[in-house]
Design a protein around this ligand. Structure first.
Ligand SMILES: *[C@@H]1O[C@H](CO)[C@@H](O)[C@H](O)[C@H]1NC(C)=O
Length: 367
């Protein structure tokens, strides 16, 4: 009897062991430049946290963590697991500020791909991450897309081999990708088959559709879910990935915990796509959600939620800010769930305001 019971338990355990696929991704990126302490992340609101960014060495093509980032990166997992022991962490490589040519050149030769792959796995293991996330923004022509596919295929094989040799769970592999399943100006498609076979999921960057730096002359919904008559929307992006053949279960929908500001040409013309001239706030015009909440309070700004587009914006005088507030976030999370997606992610956790957006997202998805 006791033996039967034991065998049965072992059988049950083996079932759990083999089912390593994620059931939901409630993701959030953190980066040191945010000035937000890792120990302050409310990791209970997330299933996966991304530590951004590790760098790609342009000479050796090895993945490295800068010495300035080492203290926070090497203790990242241990720190965030204090509030949520089951949260998984991924070391994110590259990012929007990284040199895109270094990635293209690394991916073009099997020797440099191997340097990238072997060093990334070593780095993830030696710093206790559960996975790796590639943020190559973006492969753009057909050669680069093909090489991106080879890189993913070889990365997955190396990760599987390492897991077998070490007897550990394989590292998770994800990538942050453009909102469309093809490069927007060349129409060259991403290597869908390699992505599907090799990555656990992709983080689709369904945001930065409009910003004062690249669409200065009119306000816009930076992360519209819908955008009648226009290509730039989350729904259009997600549909393009699904139509290209990727399972919705491999897709996480992205949303920004920040907004973009514009300077209105006329304070009385303050809708979406109203005439503007550049950024409404200092610097590049971006502002974290916590800063937006302050701006609204200090200026008694008017707040609008447009349910057709699924965006929030606020304005005071000639300053106009487009962003995602709780209504946009909850609508998007419901959309992701209804669409059968794996989950969602936010850039970046340090810009939330008392965890209002993270809580809204997590609760809207549910358990
Ligand atoms: C929402 O935005 C769209 C696109 O600009 C616009 O056509 C629509 O009138 C707006 N809805 C409301 C209720 O203002």
């Amino acid at each position: 009897m006791a033996l039967t019971k034991t065998l049965f338990l072992l059988f049950l355990l083996s079932l759990f062991h083999v089912s390593t696929a994620q059931t939901v991704v409630k993701g959030g990126y953190w980066f040191p430049g945010s000035g937000f302490a890792v120990s302050s992340i409310n990791s209970a609101l997330f299933t996966h946290l991304y530590c951004a960014f590790a760098d790609l060495d342009p000479q050796t093509y090895q993945v490295t963590i800068s010495s300035a980032n080492k203290p926070q990166f090497s203790t990242f997992t241990q720190t965030v697991q204090q509030k949520n022991p089951s949260v998984k962490t991924l070391l994110s490589i590259g990012g929007g500020g990284a040199n895109v040519n270094t990635f293209a050149s690394m991916a073009s030769q099997s020797g440099s791909r191997k340097s990238f792959i072997d060093s990334s796995i070593k780095l993830a293991r030696s710093n206790n991450f559960h996975g790796l996330d590639l943020d190559w923004e973006y492969p753009s022509d057909s050669t680069q897309m093909t090489n991106f596919g080879s890189l993913l295929t070889e990365w997955k094989a190396a990760v599987a081999a390492e897991a077998k040799a070490s007897g550990r769970q394989p590292l998770l592999l994800s990538a942050a990708v453009l909102y469309l399943s093809y490069y927007y100006s060349t129409s060259v498609p991403y290597p869908i088959q390699a992505i599907s076979n090799s990555l656990d999921w992709i983080n689709v960057m369904t945001y930065d559709f409009y910003g004062p730096g690249w669409s200065a002359s009119a306000t816009g919904p930076p992360a519209a879910l819908y955008n009648p008559g226009k290509r730039e929307s989350g729904d259009n992006g997600i549909n393009s990935w699904i139509q290209a053949g990727l399972s919705p279960k491999k897709i996480a929908l992205g949303f920004p915990f920040y907004g973009w500001s514009w300077r209105l040409t006329n304070a009385n013309n303050h809708g979406l796509f109203a005439p503007a001239n550049g950024a409404g706030l200092a610097g590049d015009g971006s502002i974290g959600y916590n800063g937006i909440k302050q701006f609204i309070a200090q200026n008694s700004a008017t707040k609008v939620f447009n349910a057709t587009v699924v965006t929030d914006y606020c304005y005071s005088g000639t300053t106009w800010i487009g962003y995602d507030d709780t209504q946009s976030i909850s609508t998007k999370v419901s959309y992701a769930k209804q669409k059968g997606l794996l989950g969602y992610f936010a850039w970046h956790v340090g810009a939330d305001d008392n965890w209002v957006l993270s809580t809204t997202a997590s609760q809207t998805w549910g358990a």
